[in-house]
Design a protein around this ligand. Structure first.
Ligand SMILES: Cc1nc(C(=O)O)sc1CCOP(=O)(O)O
Length: 207
C-alpha cells in the first residue's frame, strides 16, 4: 500500500490537533506537525502536548524544526524547499528521516544529491492552502518521479478520488492537510484515503 502523510493546519490548538490525530494514527505513515507561526520553543510545547495524548514519536515528523525533532526523538524532519541542505541536517541528526518539499524537477534532483530521504512534490492540484497557484498536474508529478530514485509523495489538493491517478505516476503516496484535518470526521476520511490506496493495489493485481 502507498503511504499516507497527514499535515497539521497551523490553526488548531495542540489539544484540538491531538484529538484529531489520535484517531487517525493507526492509518497514517506519519503526521507532519506544521505550525509555521510558532517559535521553536512554543513548537516543542505543542509537540509535547501531542506526546502526552499518546501520539507516538515514531509517527511524528517535525516541519522545519530539526533541533526540536532531534531533542524530542521524533521520526524525522521535513524541510522547506528553501531550507537547509538535508545532508547538513543528517550530519547533525543522523537518526532522523529527512524529507524536503520541492516544486520543480531541478530542485528534486538537487535535493536527492544532497541525500534527502524522500520528497514532497506539489502543489499537484489546486488547493485553498496555496491560493492563486494552479495545480502542477499529474504529468509534472510523473516527470519528477522519473527524475529521482528516492520516494516522491504528492501534496496539494489531494482528495481520495485523486489517489489512483497519483499512484499511477509512480509516486509512493499522498500528503493531505485539509482533506483530513478539516473533515467533519477525520477518521472516516482517513479510511477513505486508505481504501483508495488499497483499491489501487487491486487494480494493479488485475492488470
Ligand atoms: C503544505 C503544503 N505544501 C504544498 C506544496 O506544494 O509544497 S501544498 C500544501 C498544502 C496541502 O494542503 P491540502 O492537502 O489541504 O491541499
Amino acid at each position: 500500500m502507498g503511504e499516507l502523510h497527514v499535515i497539521t493546519t497551523g490553526k488548531d490548538s495542540a489539544h484540538q490537533a491531538a484529538l484529531k490525530i489520535k484517531g487517525i494514527i493507526p492509518f497514517v505513515t506519519a503526521v507532519h506537525v506544521r505550525e509555521k507561526t510558532l517559535s521553536q520553543q512554543a513548537y516543542i510545547q505543542f509537540v509535547r502536548i501531542l506526546l502526552k495524548h499518546g501520539i507516538p514519536k515514531n509517527k511524528i515528523i517535525a516541519n522545519t524544526y530539526a533541533e526540536a525533532a532531534g531533542e524530542l526523538g521524533l521520526k524525522g524532519v521535513h524541510l522547506p524547499e528553501k531550507g537547509p541542505n538535508p545532508e547538513e541536517v543528517k550530519r547533525l541528526y543522523p537518526e532522523l528521516v529527512v524529507g524536503c518539499s520541492v516544486h520543480s524537477k531541478e530542485t528534486a534532483v538537487k535535493k536527492e544529491k544532497q541525500h534527502a530521504d524522500y520528497l514532497f512534490y506539489g502543489n499537484v492540484f489546486s488547493t485553498s492552502c496555496k491560493p492563486g497557484l494552479e495545480g502542477k498536474g499529474l504529468e509534472q508529478l510523473s516527470h519528477v518521479v522519473q527524475s529521482v530514485s528516492i520516494p516522491v509523495i504528492a501534496i496539494g489538493g489531494i482528495h481520495p478520488e485523486s489517489v489512483y491517478g497519483v499512484r499511477q505516476t509512480g509516486a509512493l503516496g499522498v500528503a493531505v492537510m485539509s482533506g483530513i484535518m478539516n473533515a467533519e470526521d477525520p477518521v472516516w476520511m482517513c479510511q477513505e484515503y486508505v481504501r483508495q490506496l488499497k483499491e489501487e493495489e487491486k487494480h494493479g493485481e488485475s492488470s
